[in-house]
Design a protein around this ligand. Structure first.
Ligand SMILES: O=C(O)CCC(=O)C(=O)O
Ligand SMILES: [Fe+2]
Length: 251
């Protein structure tokens, strides 16, 4: 079994102050290796209607198709199911109550893959399901300034939703400082759904895979099934898309 990370009192206090906390070495040795192995397994699973959701992007270098993101993984992979269980405890520490899984995905950010404009995750319409969420970003491959590590703005999380379903503007982010957080395999960063964050495109030759598991308070209900049903209607995986129809990724 993969070991469950436990946050220190200082890490809990840092999260309350900043809206996020970086936890180096949350998974070590065989556990960090397992997360990497499972990620490669998921990457190699055949893309089929009704299974995990694979999304592609075009390389910024040569236009070649790249895997951009795989979502809805745990129902189809025992290792990730175990991981989603192990990640509940630190989120429960931060919320001060039990949590339920809302969604999870791997962002691949291959060489030539795009970055993310500044946003709060709740801008994606999550606020209809629950009042707040905690996402665990688990580093699979080393993430650096060169391949687009996470950048987060501390101390903004009590300001509510700053904008609707579009990236934050320069006016919105004026006065914010985005701190770069390079990570090593097994490190995690936990952030709430109001903490602005961004990341650069991958202009390097090194892949940057990162796993994101998002939880809400158990007292606010289990929204896993309705969220995925809604998303499948509005933004289905590439293999389930109707030809000729346009699907727009917002935030
Ligand atoms: O993968 C990243 O660098 C950030 C991803 C992100 O913020 C998101 O998918 O909402
Ligand atoms: Fe995000």
């Amino acid at each position: 079994m993969i070991a469950t990370p436990v946050l220190t009192d200082q890490q809990v206090a840092d999260f309350d102050r900043d809206g996020y906390v970086a936890v180096p070495g949350a998974f070590r040795g065989a556990d960090a290796d397992a997360a990497m192995r499972w990620t490669t397994e998921v990457q190699q699973m055949p893309e089929e209607v009704g299974k995990h959701w694979v999304f592609h992007e075009q390389s910024r270098i040569d236009g070649a198709p790249l895997i951009n993101r795989i979502e809805y993984i745990a129902p189809f992979h025992a290792g990730f199911r175990e991981l989603t269980e192990a990640l509940k405890a630190p989120c429960a520490q931060l919320f001060g109550e039990e949590v339920v899984l809302f969604k999870e995905k791997i962002n691949f950010k291959m060489p030539g893959g795009g970055g993310f404009e500044p946003h709060q995750d709740s801008q994606a319409g999550w606020d209809v399901y629950a009042s707040n969420f905690i996402t665990v970003a688990l580093c699979i491959d080393a993430a650096s300034e060169e391949n687009g590590c996470l950048e987060l703005a501390p101390g903004q999380h009590r300001r509510g939703l700053l904008r609707g379903m579009e990236p934050l503007t320069p006016e919105d982010t004026a006065g914010m400082t985005f701190r770069k957080h390079p990570t090593q395999p097994g490190d995690m960063v936990l952030f709430d759904a109001y903490t602005p964050h961004r990341s650069e495109p991958n202009n390097s030759a090194r892949i940057r895979r990162m796993y994101f598991a998002t939880y809400n308070r158990a007292s606010e209900g289990d929204h896993f099934a309705p969220y995925h049903a809604d998303k499948r209607r509005n933004f289905p995986p590439d293999i389930e898309r109707e030809p000729g129809k346009e699907y727009v990724y917002k935030v």
